[in-house]
Design a protein around this ligand. Sequence first.
Ligand SMILES: *Cc1c(COP(=O)(O)O)cnc(C)c1O
Length: 569
Amino acid sequence: MEVSTLDTAEKASKAPALNGKPKIAYFSMEIGLDKQIPTYSGGLGILAGDTLKSCADLNVPIVGITLLSENGYFYQKIDEEGNQIELPINFNINDFLTLLPSKTNVMIEDRAVSIRIWHYLVKGISGYIVPVFFLDTNLEENNESDREITKYLYGGDEKYRLAQEIVLGIGGVRAIRSLGYKTIDKYHMNEGHAALGTLELFRELKNIEKVREQCVFTTHTPVAAGHDQFDLSFAQPMLGDMLPDPVLDNVTFENKLNMTRLALFFSHYVNGVAKKHGEVSRSMFPGYSIDSITNGVHTPTWVSEPFQRLFDKHMTGWRSDPYILRATFSIEKREVWAAHMEAKKTLIDFVNNRYKVGMNYDHFTIGFARRQTAYKRPDLLISDPERLKHIAEKTGPIQIIYAGKAHPKDGSGKETIKKIFDSMKAINGKIKIAYIHNYDMTIGKMMTSGVDLWLNTPRRPREASGTSGMKAAHNGVPQFSTLDGWWLEGCVENITGWAIGPEKTEEEESDDEIDRNDLYNKLENWIMPKFYNDRDNWIRTMRSCIAINASFFNTNRMIQQYVLNAYFM
Ligand SMILES: *Cc1c(COP(=O)(O)O)cnc(C)c1O
């Protein structure tokens, strides 16, 4: 199955568009552009890739900067007991990226670390090109450990992470200089990982206000542990005179260099990634003006082939202008259903071939795929097997498809995978369950387009936005989720999907017991009866997902908001 909308991961024969006049540099620790370039781990990277694809489609003058991460994140295998096994990824860089002649360097402690630059060209719908630069320290002139800095995405210890962020932030700004760009005057930090770039701009401009005029910062997590901070005991020696005293006091907190505070201090525009996340961020960082721009997904990338054909037939121009998807209401229900069944068949065939679970095309299928971590409660659905079996007996058969990696150091995330495997053994037979290994863009697309219901169960208010439910909406798949992140904006009860647990206005923290009950109640009394006994209405809901949510929760709308609110105002 194709995820890429680009003709290829094509090797450019020409130099990047240095003669163009890009105005914005977009920094992200990970950028997920293509299924074959494994330099992303999940939501943040895919958002970055989707953002740059929409920029290319809309002729937004931007360049992307990221790390090469030549060993990717990791390839996930899972054994019979549910233990995650992390294998290295072999990624042949030369097949996808082109090495440029320019080089630059950064100081780490007292060593000069050389950086070379690869590039990839994102080609937009009308041929406009957005270059993406991958920074790489694996050069002979560097010492052994410095050669590893751009190897492992989210690997290593705190010093390793800080070294990566020096390369991304400071090295990234220097890379732009060495490539000869003269017109860039906006630096967008996608999460705090790139915040050190502000220090390089400050070194150049020697004026805090001038740096602020050029910086834009998007924060991505309402969880305190998600904000990078580094003990000054090693951060100061590693950064040397890049971290001058007038800045230091403003960006340290409890004797730590805090990357979020650094980015906040130097940015004239800051945003969270959903309305609610903006509110949460304002209360986490009082005193800063924090706006919100709700995330999206790149429409042509995430619409399955059957729906692409359907949209092409009825809504010319939807690729470059996803607002056109509003017109989905006028497509006949049987055509929508036929497209869905084709996408569903692709998924069910894949699962049956690989895992021999004997799933049925006509049975109600629930999908859950995301980073496996405790707050997302992946086991909530199967936490009461008896209840679930009862619902299936009463209303109709249920199939469940899981996927998701746990971070190699997230012990509780790995435990949840094991728990799911244990429950699978307890439930299997009555309810067919499969866990697809190695969740990536390909699996993500196949799942979000191939299931009947997309489930999401984060504990409020921990989900900044979430984007997989938007991919589902693009394929007419309704979401069933706690009211957190984007779902507070996207959920129209019984029309685009369903909410789990307390209403929008009710108390913040999720209660597992309340949510579990609500989840089972709605499945039993609303969702499954509608699917099995009121198919016409079910398909109306599918159309609403596309018309109401896909037309809005896409990166074309999102980047238009960034252009108006953050870049050029
Ligand atoms: C879309 C996607 C994500 C992000 O989805 P969430 O809803 O934020 O969890 C993560 N990983 C992959 C492979 C994806 O395709």
